[in-house]
Write a new protein. Structure first.
Lengths: 168, 107
């Protein structure tokens, strides 16, 4: 996770990276130690929060830099929080739905004289989960690609240019 | 003086620094504690906010004598404290107004 985090930090503009990367890595490793002592869900939440926070932070730095208003609410939305209990509840509901479909399939198979379990509802479920995972990874890779391409163009160096110095 | 409302994470970071100078990890923990675990900042969000506060002169950054080499601490400047006071005053006024309006409605 620390290696991934260090690589994500490279998406920030070079100036920001030079100034804060060491400090951010230190804070991240300390926060990671804390998260390790917690349960599985807390560790997953920590990883997701850090990855999304770093990606969004890097994008924000690329687009706006440090000079945006501290009161612009759309930049940070503490009110937009997904309750952890909802994630658990959604998983339980999903499992319940798939289980119900599986039972129904078994009943249909028994009626048609087939042995139960010939067709299972869990098989497409695994594929659906893999598809969702692939979709998320593609989205992350796309954001990474865009930020990496921006970094390669050297656009961030334009901010360092002082045109006033050459005007005399 | 900027009188527009601050975002909750920025306000919590400023409140954390109002008490004493702190380093990044200490701010993270303090913000989480102050909000009763409701606001858990990522390091990306924290350092984005700190960088903007530094750029606007609300906080200052300094090296610590002890601790790891990479560690830096942050403290409120007089401008930051002034703006924080103004924000608290704005919230106090809003809370008072809300209390009056609700009480009037109930009576």
């Amino acid at each position: 996770m620390l290696v991934l985090y260090r690589n994500l930090l490279r998406l920030y503009p070079a100036e920001f990276f030079r100034e804060y990367a060491g400090e951010m890595t230190l804070v991240f490793s300390q926060a990671q130690e804390d998260a390790r002592a917690k349960n599985f869900m807390a560790r997953i939440t920590f990883c997701l929060r850090e990855v999304s926070g770093t990606l969004i932070g890097a994008l924000r730095q690329r687009l706006f830099g440090p000079n945006w208003n501290l009161s612009r609410r759309f930049n940070m939305r503490p009110e937009f929080r997904f309750p952890r209990s909802t994630v658990f509840l959604m998983c339980v509901i999903l499992a319940g739905v798939v289980l119900a479909i599986d039972k129904a399939l078994n009943i249909v198979q028994m009626k048609e004289g087939l042995p139960p379990g010939t067709v299972s509802a869990w098989d497409p479920m695994v594929w659906a989960l893999l598809f969702a995972l692939a979709l998320v990874l593609t989205a992350v890779a796309s954001v990474w690609g865009i930020l990496f391409a921006l970094r390669r163009t050297g656009m961030h160096r334009l901010a360092d240019l002082d045109f006033g110095r050459n005007s005399n | 003086m900027d009188t527009t409302p601050l975002t909750e994470p920025v306000l919590l970071v400023l409140l954390s620094l109002a008490e004493q100078p702190r380093h990044g990890y200490s701010i993270l923990k303090d913000v989480e504690q102050m909000s009763g675990g409701r606001v858990a900042l990522s390091t990306g969000t924290l350092y984005g906010a700190l960088q903007r506060l530094l750029a606007q002169g609300w906080i200052e950054r300094f090296e610590e004598d002890e601790g790891p080499r990479e560690r830096r601490s942050y403290s409120l400047t007089s401008k930051g404290r002034r703006n924080l006071r103004a924000e608290i005053e704005r919230m106090r006024h809003l809370t008072k107004l809300a209390g009056l309006r609700v009480a009037r409605r109930e009576s």
